[in-house]
Design a protein around this ligand. Structure first.
Ligand code: SAH
Length: 254
């Protein structure tokens, strides 16, 4: 059995209870060493074999899983944040399907949630934005053309940009080309929930200089939109005294 497990954004106590239990029982752990906090490996049992997938190809990862399966061992494939976001899990699962090896998934706290907690943000403020766009810049790996930064910027929804810390000048240019003004609030969150976390609130126009000033070159998320400074939002109707819900009768006659 293979368990795909979300390690959470960094702090070792932000893995789920279920994920931790899988780690404690695993005979083999294959972890994404470029981003997973190695402190999580302290949950492993004695004799557990550990592999760092940062140094491995997909084929090598599968070979380790297959070998473990032949010996009736339990494997944890530990991915950073939540495995469903840029986790390259489907390609592993498709091969496991072909080989008739069973697996399941255990969610984790994605770094975009860790970044919101670092800044105490609500991404979906009433009357500011009710949507979150999770995207990335095209780099060495492409992004479909229909998902350009400009096209998402046109919505003026809250945006969280992954995997793009080295391209901030270009990101700013494209956000502005898409319709954001240069003074739209933005933030850079470096290593959210790690001990060396850094949070910087800036603007769309100052993303690159802020990262340079703070010496941030990787492992960061960029958050764009008025939700970052949380001014001018409406209070929620759900908790308004006049508003009736399934659970509470409001004071308004309508
Ligand atoms: N599955 C992961 C994302 C993997 S892609 C998740 O759900 O978070 C790797 C990118 O995620 C990094 O380049 C960076 O943009 C972002 N990232 C991962 N951990 C982070 C953290 N603790 N703080 C800020 N960004 C992080």
């Amino acid at each position: 059995m293979i368990h795909f497990v979300g390690a959470g954004p960094g702090a070792p106590d932000l893995i789920t209870v279920r994920g931790k239990q899988y780690l404690e029982k695993a005979d083999v752990i294959i972890y994404a060493g470029s981003l997973v906090n190695p402190e999580l490996l302290s949950y492993k049992k004695e004799g557990c074999e550990v592999y760092n997938s940062a140094k491995m190809t997909l084929e090598e990862v599968i070979a380790v899983m297959e070998q473990a399966e032949k010996s009736a061992l339990t494997t944890v494939r530990l991915h950073t944040g939540d495995p469903c976001i840029y986790g390259a899990i489907r390609e592993q699962m498709d091969i496991l399907d072909e080989k008739k090896i069973t697996y399941d998934s255990c969610p984790g706290v994605s770094s975009f949630c860790g970044a919101a907690s670092a800044l105490d943000l609500e991404y979906t403020l009433p009357d500011v934005s009710q949507s979150v766009v999770i995207t990335r810049m095209a780099g060495r790996t492409p992004v479909p053309e229909k998902e350009s930064i400009e096209s998402f910027a046109a919505h003026q929804a809250t945006m969280v940009v992954f995997l793009s810390t080295g391209m901030l000048q270009d990101l700013s240019r494209r956000l502005i080309a898409g319709g954001y003004t240069a003074d739209t609030p933005a933030a850079i969150v470096y290593k959210a929930t790690w001990d060396d976390e850094k949070t910087c609130v800036c603007t769309v126009g100052t993303l690159a200089e802020t990262a340079k000033h703070e010496d941030i070159t990787k492992t960061a998320l960029m958050i764009i939109g008025d939700a970052v400074t949380h001014s001018n939002y409406d209070r929620s109707l759900l908790y308004h005294p006049e508003f009736t819900t399934e659970y509470r009768k409001g004071s308004s006659p309508t």
